[in-house]
Design a protein around this ligand. Structure first.
Ligand code: AMP
Ligand code: MG
Length: 340
């Protein structure tokens, strides 16, 4: 189905118009601090079904429900204790999603039939304004076609969704650049299901304050990073992605770097000389300042490489600390676990 897609700005008038479209059962792409979302009225199963069609997303993959304030959490969930609410208050609004027992109002299509619902309150003000204007919770996955990298700029969101949705709100480049951390709350435990910008270390500290054990379940299905497998590909650009742990790996005599290659790297102490050698070999290299800079620009660089006809991306695989855990998760899926 093709649509004439309206381009809206982040003005109050346009956010209001977008809110009305959501309430009328239409799809609206909107910016958040993590990635651009593909939103629909979370209480309207017909509207939510359109999300799966526009993305080509399998219906067994549940959606995150976006709210504008903490007060709304109790309306759409059940049996949330004061302790859990106080803990969530410490990181909401923000780039973290909590999985909680769902209220009956949330349709099965949103939760893929699960008894839980994933809840997030975005910290980007414009996203919360949109949700308030809609007057309903907004179910929204990332605004990419299923399997492709998530959009982190208006241009990327437009490229993926123009003609498939009623409107796209033109916002800033996303600050975080990768999807939210997903955390399931059990009685005495927090379970990290998907790593994101809110790190395992931060959650562990928070858990301590509230007497909750924190465990990382996000790495279980992936086995060893080195094991390849197409079933893990996701967030995938058209270019083939290979991972490397150190610049030295690229100078192995066994490696032949194809001509249209781009290297994504993160600044390390003592890497200057090797960087110069790469540049003098005529290979393009993008150097990120730190982990958050890497996370913010990863999907954008994937998109840029595809647009410029780059066929091979060699991406630095960072250590598993802090945001490194989330970067590794996205990189393994984008590369299918291939290392140079
Ligand atoms: P996306 O919207 O594309 O960022 O994906 C949403 C993520 O949240 C997926 O990894 C889902 O599996 C996860 N998710 C959504 N709802 C639930 C739920 N009720 N239980 C566990 N995970 C969920
Ligand atoms: Mg997604």
């Amino acid at each position: 189905m093709t649509h004439a897609t309206l381009i809206l700005e982040c003005t109050e008038a346009d956010l209001k118009k977008a809110g009305e479209l959501i309430r009328a059962g239409e799809l609206v792409v909107f910016p958040t601090e993590t990635v651009y979302g593909l939103g629909a009225n979370a209480l309207d199963p017909k509207a939510c079904r359109k999300i799966f069609q526009a993305k080509g997303r399998p219906t067994d993959n549940p959606l995150i429900v976006h709210l504008s304030s903490m007060e709304e959490i109790l309306t759409y969930t059940r049996r949330v204790s004061d302790r859990h609410l106080k803990l969530m208050e410490q990181c909401m609004p923000g780039p973290v999603t909590f999985v909680l027992p769902k209220a009956p109002d949330i349709p099965d299509i949103v939760t893929a039939g699960l008894s839980t619902v994933a809840i997030r309150i975005p910290s980007l003000t414009e996203a919360r304004r949109l949700i308030s204007y809609a007057g309903v919770p907004i179910a929204a996955p990332s605004a990419n076609r299923s399997g492709e990298p998530s959009p982190t700029t208006f241009e990327m969101a437009y490229h993926a969704m123009a003609g498939r949705v009623a409107a796209i709100i033109k916002g800033p480049m996303c600050e975080v650049g990768i999807e939210s951390s997903v955390v399931r709350i059990e009685k005495d435990r927090l379970e990290l299901l998907r790593p994101g910008f809110v790190t395992f270390e931060t959650l562990t500290e928070l858990g301590k304050d509230f007497g909750l054990e924190v465990i990382d379940l996000s790495q279980l299905p992936q086995a060893k990073p080195a094991s390849p497998g197409t079933k893990y590909t996701h967030y995938k650009p058209k270019a083939t992605v290979y991972l490397f742990s150190s610049l030295e790996d690229l100078f192995s005599p066994l490696i032949e770097i194809p001509s249209s290659t781009r290297i994504l790297y993160m600044k390390q102490p003592q890497s200057e000389e090797l960087l110069h050698r790469i540049v003098s070999m005529g290979i393009e290299i993008v150097v990120f300042e730190n982990m958050s800079d890497y996370a913010r620009h990863l999907f954008f660089q994937f998109h840029r490489a595809d647009k410029e006809g780059i066929t091979t991306i060699l991406a630095y695989y960072p250590p598993p600390t802090g945001i490194g855990l989330a970067l590794r998760n996205r990189l393994i899926k984008a590369s299918g676990g291939r290392f140079v």
